[in-house]
Design a protein. Structure first.
Length: 403
């Protein structure tokens, strides 16, 4: 599909609608999630049947992301700005020192963590976080540092995007491709007029984009917009909303993302260089008061999503299962849900099954009984699945076969 390098003329109308959606936030709904018990819990599932959910560690303050170390340890970020280590099922009470100072207002803070493919040799890790920018603003940023003996050293920012006013769209993910490049997602904001329109669709803004960098933060010469007038060379794709999932498919090597719609319109995309993914010009979603984001959910020159959620499930975290422990789940995609249909206390885990043509054929909602906000899902080197609950007293959970 040919990519259009223009901003749609319909954008002013869309911006007004989005601004209206931001001004009329819905009333408080739902029932607070109950405290997570001690577990373990056994649940039946559609194809894998009985599974057991165990608490590996708890007492985490709004944990955000997981990364596995070559020695079997796990890195866990907390949005408040702490990087933690879990070894042999035990949470180290002492956070890793040297983490950059973060702005934690709204949905910002310390977010994703990724381990360099040659970590055993260079000890490098990558972090996305919200950098303080003065005047109460924050800038989504990507930092790299060297992890040695519980301390992060040689820390430097590889990318600092433009500063945001307000508290939304401050999140970001990071993934390292098979090409050795570093991919960073940036939020397209939620309701502010300038940030949505002149951000996600603005080729001179880094908001609402996926960025592609060399592992030292420089710009690859083969990026799709290098040398093109009025385009930032870091941009790999544009037209994204709040991206809370970014991964390299472990079998195909393709980059996948997912992003939150407002009141409906969450989506999964396969990311191709130079493409425009449409937000807010096209969307299947509705604004919080109920009006459609766009009367045209698809448009020539803009990519259509692989998966769409109506209503929204506030999708977060993503993993493809490739292990042997759960054979019935082979090649299935797992995503977390923070809440469904705008109702708090409805978070869960979803499993999506695709055919050989990467076409969705069914979905399964799991762990609704726990009513937890599932922020992250990852497959461990042991072939088990690990989850994070995004709560004040958050937990690291493990999914394994029930005996």
């Amino acid at each position: 599909m040919r990519v259009r390098h223009t901003v749609c003329r319909a954008l002013p109308l869309v911006l007004g609608m989005v601004a209206l959606g931001h001004a009329q936030e819905p009333p408080s709904l739902g029932v607070p999630a109950p405290p997570l018990g001690a577990g373990p819990w056994v649940f039946d599932t559609a194809e894998q049947h009985k599974i057991r959910i165990s608490v590996v560690a708890r007492g985490l303050e709004h944990p955000w992301a997981i990364a596995f170390l070559p020695d079997g340890g796990m890195l866990v970020t907390e949005r408040a700005g702490r990087l933690r280590v879990v070894r042999d099922g035990v949470l180290d009470p002492k956070p890793i020192s040297g983490v950059p100072e973060v702005r934690t207002d709204g949905n910002g803070g310390l977010m994703d963590v990724a381990v360099h493919p040659r970590f055993a040799d260079n000890r490098l890790i990558y972090l996305t976080y919200t950098k303080r920018a003065g005047d109460g603003r924050g800038s989504p940023a990507l930092a790299r540092g060297r992890l040695e003996d519980g301390t992060l050293t040689d820390v430097r920012d590889l990318m600092v995007t433009e500063a945001y006013d307000g508290n939304s769209g401050l999140n970001g993910r990071v993934a390292i491709g098979r090409d050795g490049k570093v991919y960073m997602s940036t939020g397209g904001r939620i309701g502010a007029v300038g940030a949505v329109g002149r951000g996600a669709q603005d080729p001179m803004s880094l908001r609402g984009k996926i960025l592609r960098l060399n592992d030292d933060g420089s710009v690859p010469s083969d990026n799709p917009f290098v040398g093109q007038a009025n385009y930032r060379p870091e941009i790999y794709t544009l037209g994204h909303r709040n991206q809370l999932g970014l991964m390299v498919h472990p079998e195909t090597g393709m980059l996948w993302n997912h992003e939150n719609g407002p009141n409906g319109g969450d989506e999964i995309n396969i990311i191709l260089p130079g493409r425009n993914y449409g937000w807010p010009v096209v969307s299947f979603g509705r604004l919080y008061p109920g009006a459609r984001v766009s009367e045209h959910p698809t448009r020539e020159g803009m990519e259509s999503p692989l998966v769409v959620w109506l209503p929204a499930i506030a999708v977060a975290g993503m993993a493809v299962y490739t292990g042997d422990v759960f054979p019935a789940w082979k090649d299935n995609v797992f995503v977390g849900s923070l809440r469904e249909g705008g109702i708090p206390g409805t978070g869960h885990l979803q499993r999506i099954v695709f055919n050989d043509n990467t076409e969705e054929i069914r979905r399964e909602s799991m762990l609704q009984e726990l009513r937890q906000r599932i922020r992250e899902v990852r497959q461990g080197p042991d072939g088990l699945l690990y989850l994070l609950t995004d709560e004040d007293d958050g937990a690291l959970l493990r999914i394994e076969p029930a005996p």
